[in-house]
Design a protein around this ligand. Structure first.
Ligand SMILES: [Zn+2]
Ligand SMILES: [Zn+2]
Length: 497
């Protein structure tokens, strides 16, 4: 009896504990606690030392307005007949509009030689429209979050009607013995920040090699995000899928086990559009000598592209404003500001043009790539994405002399730019094709919403914009105290001897 009684106590306390957990989780899911501050005004910020007060004129809230302007261009494009594949898409009216917007800003700031260098694009991949739905035993689910990976092949006009299979994580073990030929294959990925071919250790390739007719990667972030992937090298229609849709299709597949497997209907109308144009937007601040500094920011972006790369363009404009106020005789080197065509369309027109014109960098002391300079730290916790009052740490690259490296490290420290512990060994992103042609550096990082329809201005902290931009301004100032040869990478100095 006593034993029984004890067990009852244990049982009831377990029950109590479970119901408390349940109550707590339901309560937090339904009614988050009332915020005690306005987040936009309350991100952690760095207090500057007296010697750094000059950089206070670089104002995060002001720069944030540029991010708002650029994201509005994306939304306009979406609302003008492009509801599925949208953003500041290269070669489209959104490209032309943001080029004009930037030319206007450059002129207002007072840059010289403000001009648009037109560039002919190779034929562009345009997913004009698509739909994906799954059905089993009379039940149909529309997979609204499906987004084709960049350069994915389309389907025949009549679409595809395929058997759906779920391969879990698409590891070798998950795929062993499975017949994927001619099927629509779904896999789940916890590789949350990848929007690239290597996701889940090249799962898309593993599935493609086994003859799948369509591939779906379920991005395991809470909610039902649309995510835009870079090309994944797949030869069949390939899509990313939000978690909600991903769970729905996996449930459908699981529940029909032993009976008729679900069918997936896929229609993807892809056009290849020739004769489009893009541009590099140029503006300069002349210095006293013949040496140069390049500040670049890519203008394109998917969806609202608030971090990628409205933040970078805002940073570039912040630098232009800061140095435009400094008298020319105090500016040692000419600074060229470039709004580049970008790389999301895979052509990287500006980048390749610059790489083909090495002479541009013959007397270049520094290239700064302004790319993804601010993003709120989002935390995946308890099944939801939680917001925070701080920025993500940024990946960083610096290529130059040890003195340049120290200038950079000190500037990030002075302005509170959080970074990864070690720098990157090379510079990915927009300046990839030409970063080795001169001393160069960048900060670059997105958050969990990177390349998704949630990457809005709301999650671009003004404090992050201020910190990155001030650090870059200080770096340019400090670099201008040094001669060109004191900035070069050690091996570059060797080569020039
Ligand atoms: Zn991007
Ligand atoms: Zn980018």
């Amino acid at each position: 009896m006593i034993g029984h009684g004890r067990l009852d106590v244990v049982k009831s306390s377990v029950f109590l504990a479970l119901s408390l957990v349940w109550v707590t989780s339901v309560a937090s899911a339904q009614e988050p606690a009332k915020p005690l501050y306005v987040l936009e005004d309350s991100y952690l910020r760095w207090r500057l030392l007296p010697a750094e007060q000059a950089y206070l004129s670089i104002d995060g809230k002001h720069l944030k307005q540029y991010v708002e302007d650029l994201t509005a261009i994306s939304r306009r494009y979406r609302d003008h007949g492009h509801p599925q594949f949208w953003g500041r898409i290269t070669g489209t009216e959104a490209d032309a509009e943001n080029a004009q917007w930037l030319l206007d800003k450059f002129r207002k700031i007072g840059l010289s030689d403000v001009r648009e260098q037109s560039l002919d694009l190779p034929p562009q991949w345009v997913p004009a429209s698509w739909s994906v739905s799954a059905s089993a035993s009379g039940k149909t689910v529309a997979l609204e979050s499906a987004q084709p990976t960049s350069t994915s092949p389309g389907t025949p006009a009549s679409g595809l009607d395929l058997e759906a299979v779920d391969v879990a994580l698409a590891s070798e073990g998950d795929l062993a013995g499975r017949d994927l030929r001619g099927k629509a294959v779904f896999f789940y990925s916890a590789d949350y920040t990848s929007r690239q071919a290597p996701i889940s250790d090249y799962a898309i390739k593993r599935i493609g090699d086994r003859g799948a007719a369509a591939i779906f990667v379920i991005v395991g972030l809470p909610g039902n995000l649309r995510t835009q992937f870079y090309p994944v090298g797949s030869t069949v229609p390939t899509f990313s899928l939000g978690l909600q849709d991903g769970v729905a299709i996996r449930d459908l597949i699981g529940q029909s086990r032993g009976g008729q497997p679900p069918r997936v209907k896929i229609r993807l109308d892809v056009k290849t559009v020739p004769n489009l144009k893009t541009a590099t937007v140029w503006g300069s601040l002349p210095g006293t000598g013949d040496e140069t500094i390049f500040v670049v920011a890519h203008r394109d972006g998917w969806f609202e592209g608030a971090t990628d790369n409205a933040s970078g363009v805002a940073t570039m404009l912040g630098l232009a404003e800061y140095f435009a106020k400094i008298p020319r005789e105090q500016r040692r080197r000419t600074i060229h500001f470039l709004g580049t065509s970008g790389h999301h369309d895979n052509s990287g027109m500006t980048g390749h043009w610059l790489a083909d014109h090495k002479e541009m960098f013959a007397k270049t002391a520094l290239i700064i790539n302004c790319e993804h300079t601010s993003a709120e730290q989002l935390v995946y916790r308890g099944g939801v994405i939680r917001r925070t009052n701080t920025t993500v740490p940024l990946r960083w690259y610096v290529g130059g002399s040890p003195r340049l490296e120290q200038i950079v490290v000190k500037a990030y420290d002075a302005f509170g730019v959080a970074t990864y512990a070690e720098p990157e060994p090379s510079a990915g992103g927009e300046m990839g094709p030409y970063y080795q042609l001169a001393p160069s550096l960048q900060l670059i990082e997105g958050n969990l919403y990177w390349h998704s329809d949630r990457e809005t201005a709301e999650v671009v902290p003004p404090t992050g914009l201020a910190a990155s931009t001030r650090a870059y301004a200080k770096i340019i100032t400090d670099v201008n105290q040094l001669g060109l040869k004191d900035l070069l990478r050690p091996q570059a100095t060797e080569a020039r001897r």
